[in-house]
Ligand binder design. Structure first.
Ligand code: SF4
Length: 344
């Protein structure tokens, strides 16, 4: 059964939670300009034919090394960056095919929390205006009503309403990220894209913010696309995990399945590099990948991972492996996934 047929049958039978957002064949290429006339001489294929779905109420983790295209994927879904091709279906509509005006009607339902809480908050604005900004743009309530809502949502995210008149620089990093969460939450969203939302925070603060996101998900029935490079963070919060490498998805599985039975060599290497909490225990299964990540402007032919893969055969440099469902809800793009399973 193809992925599409399976999704359709799930939708009909209602056997799984409803699919909230479906990304199909998403591409984002950035032009490389050169010369006096700034002619386009090539393309950086940051996101190259990516398809996945997010179920309502789940947290989908999106992981990969820096530069693999995960942040571009998140931003393109919300049209903060315009896509090159593909579709993003939400509520029966393709967000990418909409006019900018129509898309604005969906903006409140699709919010984003950014990595750098300081950089994403206007230093000249008081926090009450930062949090109320989306409401004002959407013409929700009058000024007094908006400020009342701001106070309620500040308390929801663990900030005292006594801080409403402060500026961003008067908060700690963790508090600033709570402001970012309140700013997204006040719009009553269905989906929040968390782009490296805790990466800039200390480990103890990370745990507090992750627990807050967890609590808010339950209270408001939120769905998260959680983008991060830290597998421990993704493991903590995700229900399913998508692994990206050089603009492509290489594996999708539930977090338990992915950590116990990774079927793509890249996933296995990522997991082996994940630090274990006890520094006295020496890691024996560490896989050191050879070479650097190739340029997305000139990706290798066939499987993009083949120059660094210890399992590669002649087929790998010629044929690109498709992403296929090899077990229920476990997708992998590798010609030799069965060999990987034997090794697990
Ligand atoms: Fe390695 Fe080949 Fe699988 Fe790519 S398709 S991950 S090169 S074994």
């Amino acid at each position: 059964m193809s992925k599409l047929e399976k999704l359709q049958s799930e939708k009909k039978s209602g056997s799984k939670a409803k699919i909230l957002l479906e990304v199909k064949n998403l591409k984002k290429y950035f032009p490389i300009k050169a010369g006096v006339f700034k002619r386009t001489v090539g393309w950086v294929r940051a996101v190259d034919d990516v398809s996945f779905f997010i179920r309502k109420g789940e947290t989908l983790g999106l992981v990969g090394e820096s530069g693999c295209g995960k942040t571009t994927t998140g931003r393109t879904i919300l049209r903060l960056i315009e896509p090159t091709a593909g579709s993003v279906h939400y509520g029966g509509n393709d967000l990418l095919a909409m006019s900018r005006g129509k898309m604005n009607k969906y903006r409140s339902k699709l919010q984003m929390i950014f990595q750098d809480p300081y950089g994403s908050l206007d230093p000249r604005m008081r926090v009450r205006d930062i949090i109320a900004e989306g409401l004002r743009s959407a013409h929700v309530g009058n000024k007094k009503e908006r400020y009342e809502m701001v106070e309620q949502y500040m308390e929801k995210v663990g900030l005292s309403k006594l801080y409403v008149n402060r500026f961003a620089h008067e908060f700690s990093g963790g508090q600033r990220q709570r402001v970012g969460i309140a700013r997204a939450l006040i719009m009553n969203p269905e989906l929040i894209v968390c782009d490296e939302a805790v990466s800039a925070l200390d480990v103890s603060i990370q745990a507090q913010v992750l627990n807050l996101l967890d609590d808010l998900q339950k209270e408001f029935n939120l769905t998260y696309l959680f983008i991060a490079h830290d597998l421990n963070v993704v493991k903590h919060i995700s229900d399913r995990i998508v692994v990206m490498y050089l603009g492509k998805i290489v594996e999708i599985a539930s977090k338990h399945e992915l950590f116990i039975n990774p079927l793509h060599p890249y996933t296995k290497a990522l997991l082996s590099a994940n630090p274990i909490p006890d520094p006295t225990i020496e890691r024996k299964d560490r896989i050191i990948l050879q070479g650097d990540v190739p340029s997305p402007a000139n990706p290798p032919k066939g499987c993009r991972f083949h120059p660094r893969c210890w399992l590669a055969g002649p087929q790998c440099s010629q044929e690109e492996p498709p992403l296929i469902e090899v077990k229920p809800d476990h997708y992998v793009a590798c010609h030799f996934w069965k060999n990987m399973e034997d090794q697990n």
